[in-house]
Write a protein that binds this ligand. Structure first.
Ligand code: CMP
Length: 139
């Protein structure tokens, strides 16, 4: 099924100059980049994005980290884009991510794990809408 999903290249990966390699990996996996922007989130903006995690013990640290430097936000489109992007990222914790996955290659810790991806199509719709207007997405 054709799907859209949402990806973030997180501050650790952007500051380590992995943006280009990660964008290339998306395209090599057959995921089309249909929208793209680089921005530095405020803590409040990061909290809005991760609102689903607001009661988790790691929320304050996560939103500090995600507002610590620029991120690159990407809308990806392709066949089964949601699970395909999750497979390419690997497990949330880089220490447990399968060799060859982006988190295994570029992640530094459970928090600074290089990339984010939507976990379902409904989540993707919220996450895409949080960052992009319809005018900014071209298929
Ligand atoms: P992400 O896919 O962006 O979704 C929420 C993020 O919280 C997750 O990646 C991790 O970077 C971060 N995080 C920090 N601590 C934890 C934890 N204990 N369990 C899950 N995610 C965590």
């Amino acid at each position: 099924m054709m799907q859209s999903t949402f990806a973030i290249i997180k501050p650790d990966a952007v500051s380590s100059l992995f943006t280009g390699e990660i964008l290339a990996a998306m395209e090599a996996a057959g995921l089309k980049i249909v929208a793209l922007k680089r921005l530095h989130l405020s803590k409040d903006q990061a909290a809005g994005f991760y609102a689903v995690h607001r009661d988790r013990p790691f929320f304050d640290s996560l939103t500090d980290y995600m507002s610590s430097g620029p991120v690159v936000c990407v809308v990806l489109r392709g066949e089964d884009a949601v699970p395909r992007w999750r497979a390419l990222m690997g497990a949330t914790n880089p220490a447990q991510a399968e060799p060859g996955t982006l988190r295994a290659k570029y992640g530094q810790s459970l928090e600074a794990n290089a990339v984010h991806g939507s976990d379902a199509q409904e989540t993707a719709a919220f996450e895409i809408g949080y960052f992009f207007s319809g005018l900014e997405i071209s298929e």
